[in-house]
Design a protein around this ligand. Structure first.
Ligand code: ADP
Ligand code: MG
Length: 778
């Protein structure tokens, strides 16, 4: 049995060796952290001192090693002196214009010239850090300004020259034109014009050197430029002869001012880096000083590209860090299940089909989570009909095998009933007791179900929000499945989480992966990207109003073959009343247009029980055509329905159209979707064509994101995406994934970012977070 001091020795030697070898993390095979895991348990302070060692910079490793050795020094021997980081820095000379300044220094405390304070305030910049991260809105190449011979008509150009004359004209009331003629370094003259911008006049003094960009117009040999951007050029070369950053401007604040101030900040703040050399190497990132210089004053395109890559990475890194830190669930302890392969196979054996490869893969991901002691928080995405419910049923079965209860929560009663029917199909034969709790039950029935939940007489309960009301006491809830999470508020999700079950969120809304990673950052992502075999893809046709009659002829043909049809009326967001009117009217029209068909109506104003009735009738084929507002959007399953007509399709989002279309094609027969466009602009056609051409929800969502920009997608605000200055969600998937990986790695080793080596990272995170908080308040 080794004594404590033996262990102390075992630990001390390799640390000394490591220090002697220059802190390269080579002294111990497997790395320093491995050694600590093996030997340092009795010495928590030593572990603390060396925490995260593998990821530290050289100087930090040295400091950490010395601290640890001091703690391990044999009694009687003096501890080696531990230099602190500040001792290595040159002492600050008393206030001078060249003294280094910390990034947190307030701009007001630095001399940037008269009026600077007001300018910074109006730009929303408060500290040197803000200034350094105030990136240019765009860049302009001013290395070689073109001679006029090279300028083409209609081209966007930047010209430089000295003002030789100026002129103002008012050709008619309300129109004010300023003209200035510049002479460029080739001795050529260029006329620049400003329309209705009286305030420019002050800045146009003869003899002044100007840079003007705008659209060029050629009249024979002369060139005129309609000015869009103008700046005067000082003596130095900050504004010309290089690639220039153009900043967000405000009246009265010149580009020159921002550039000079930024240059001063870059020179006076010793930047260092919040990412270690090792991380930078791993993700191919340049260091922070190089990136900031490159963003503001790039030496060439490559420098700018490298800077942009690094700073974009940082944006996502801090975003992910914050999301992960906020998602406190991420570090909570949850349930620990056996979730064996044997049980999974047992479940599959009872199915009339085999799992697809994709279902099997996500099931392994889910089972892994369930086996771990951490609370599962996973988003299961898959197109309608891809088999999510079957996967969820299997997960619930695994929980049941460990004697835990399970819940499945759906957004509507129709869906809850449908899930209830499926789960009964999957689970009842295996001996699982499945129950249903929805608002439509009588008070007495409800009380009885609640009692059964509380004493554990029910194993799995399907329901609506009724499941998370206070009077529901679970016996031992182990796994909660939440369908179509976006219909629930975050608070509701948390409520259900109160007993800390593992949580699986199912969604058929194909959120592009990049968006899911950022806005659902606290959830792990599993994607079912394959449909069960034997499905015939839905044929989709985009038609114009004029072909409407013909398409209803086609609908009638299907009905004669014994099929059923959905007709979805236009979405009218402003008014449910108008939407109801439109649906009622359309139902009447169709009775005339399709005299042989039996027409039913479903709309959002109906009570839940009424809706269920209509759906049941449709399922029983009591009528052939179901005219509906968008209430059928989610999950309803009528395999005999093979046609869907969507009126005024242009009013729907692409993902919503895709969801709607998913109501058909549930059986083996060929299904059809007809999109009637009520408007025929190029843009509309281009958008709807995406639906016509693809049946892949993810492709559609990506295309939608590219067309609309992420700003319009749901949930972007809370996710803090506002702060993305450089990032572009539709193109940055790889960077996002890398940044997320690093964020997770960092938090895994140090969940509270309290290691001294991470202090800079933490303060940068705080600086970025407080800006967001600030924006949200105003
Ligand atoms: P989702 O919940 O994703 O819409 P479901 O789990 O309801 O999908 O599955 C849709 C239909 O496909 C159901 O009728 C289900 O029984 C069937 N199904 C699910 N998985 C498979 C599979 N691997 N092979 C064949 N059919 C499947
Ligand atoms: Mg778990």
């Amino acid at each position: 049995m080794p004594t404590l001091s033996d262990i102390q020795d075992k630990l001390r030697r390799p640390l000394e060796l490591e220090l002697a070898q220059g802190c390269q993390n080579r002294a111990v095979s497997g790395g320093m952290e491995r050694l600590l895991d093996n030997f340092a348990r009795p010495f928590p302070k030593v572990r603390e001192a060396l925490r995260g060692y593998d990821g530290l910079e050289h100087a930090e490793r040295q400091t950490a090693l010395q601290a640890a050795l001091a703690l391990l020094a044999p009694e009687g021997r003096p501890a080696p002196k531990v230099p602190t980081r500040t001792e290595n820095r040159p002492a600050l000379p008393p206030e001078s214009d060249t003294a280094p300044l910390s990034p947190g220094t307030e701009l007001a405390k630095v001399n940037f010239g008269p009026g600077a304070g007001r300018k910074f305030t109006s730009l929303g910049l408060h500290t040197l850090r803000d200034l350094l991260h105030n990136y240019p809105r765009r860049h302009e190449d001013r290395r070689a300004l073109p001679s006029l011979a090279e300028v083409e008509d209609g081209q966007k150009v930047t010209v430089e020259g000295v003002i030789v004359s100026k002129n103002r004209r008012t050709p008619r009331p309300g129109m004010f034109i300023l003209e200035a003629t510049l002479e460029n370094p080739w001795g050529e003259r260029i006329k620049c014009t400003w329309f209705n911008q009286a305030w420019v006049e002050k800045g146009l003094k003869e003899g002044l050197r100007l840079i003007v960009s705008g659209r060029a117009k050629r009249f024979g040999r002369t060139v005129q430029v309609a000015a869009e951007h103008m700046e005067s050029v000082g003596q130095d070369s900050l504004s010309t002869g290089r690639i220039i950053g153009i900043y967000d401007a405000k009246e009265g604040i010149s580009q020159d001012f921002v550039r000079k101030a930024t240059q001063t900040a870059l020179n006076r703040v010793p930047l260092g880096d919040y990412l270690t050399t090792r991380w930078r190497g791993q993700y191919g990132l340049t260091d922070l000083p190089d990136a900031l210089w490159g963003m503001h004053f790039p030496s060439d395109e490559a420098h700018l590209a490298r800077a942009n890559h690094r700073l974009r990475f940082d944006e996502y890194l801090f975003l992910e860090l914050r999301v992960l830190l906020q998602g406190e669930d991420a570090v909570l302890l949850g349930k620990r299940f056996g979730a064996s392969d044997h049980d999974m196979l047992g479940f599959e054996g009872g199915l009339p089909f085999r799992f697809t490869g994709a279902q099997r893969r996500v099931l392994y991901e889910i089972a892994d989570d369930m086996r771990s002691e951490r609370q599962m928080a996973r988003l299961l995405q898959g197109d309608v009909g891809s088999g999510k419910t079957a996967v969820a049923a299997c997960a619930l079965y695994l929980a049941w095998r460990d004697s835990y209860q399970g819940a499945l929560m759906a957004p509507t009663e129709i869906l809850a009933r449908q899930h209830y029917a499926s789960l009964q199909g999957y689970l009842t034969p295996l001996g699982v007791r499945v129950g249903l709790l929805i608002g439509a039950l009588s008070p007495k029935q409800k009380a009885e179900v609640q009692r059964q939940i509380a004493v554990g007489e029910l194993d799995i309960v399907v329901g609506t929000q009724a499941l998370i009301q206070e009077n529901v006491q679970w016996h031992n809830l182990g796994l909660a499945v939440v369908d179509e999470e976006h219909r629930f508020g975050v608070m509701q999700r948390r409520k259900l989480l109160a007993g800390r079950p593992d949580v699986l969120v199912m969604s058929a809304t194909p959120i592009p992966r990049s968006l899911a990673l950022t806005s659902y950052g606290d959830l792990e992502l599993s994607i079912i990207d394959e449909l069960p075999p034997g499905r015939t893809p839905i044929q989709t046709k985009l038609i114009q109003d004029t072909a409407r009659r013909q398409s209803y002829g086609f609908v009638m043909k299907q009905i004669r073959e014994g099929r059923q049809a959905y007709v979805v009326t236009a979405l009218i967001e402003e008014s449910e009343t108008l939407e109801l009117l439109a649906a009622t009217q359309l139902a009447e029209d169709l009775k005339v247009l399709l005299p042989e068909a039996r027409v039913g109506l479903l709309h959002g104003r109906m009570a839940a029980a009424e809706k269920d009735d209509v759906m049941d009738q449709f399922r029983r084929r009591d009528f052939d055509v179901l005219v509906s507002t968008t209430v059928i959007e989610v999950g309803v399953d009528v395999p005999n329905a093979t046609v869907m007509v969507i009126e005024n399709a242009e009013r729907f989002g692409l993902s919503q159209l895709h969801q709607l279309r998913g109501r058909v094609g549930r059986g083996s027969a060929q299904s059809y979707c007809i999109l009637v466009a009520g408007e025929h602009s190029q843009k509309t056609r281009k958008r709807l064509k995406i639906i016509e051409d693809s049946t892949d929800g993810f492709v559609i969502a990506e295309a939608d994101l590219k067309l609309r920009g992420h700003g319009e997608l749901r949930g972007t605000r809370q996710s803090g995406l506002d702060e993305l200055k450089l990032g572009d969600l539709s193109n940055d998937l790889e960077i996002i994934e890398a940044a997320r990986e690093l964020a997770k790695h960092i938090l895994k080793h140090d969940p509270t970012l309290s290691h001294p080596g991470l202090a800079y990272l933490k303060s940068e995170l705080q600086a970025r977070s407080s800006q967001i908080a600030y924006r949200e308040v105003i």
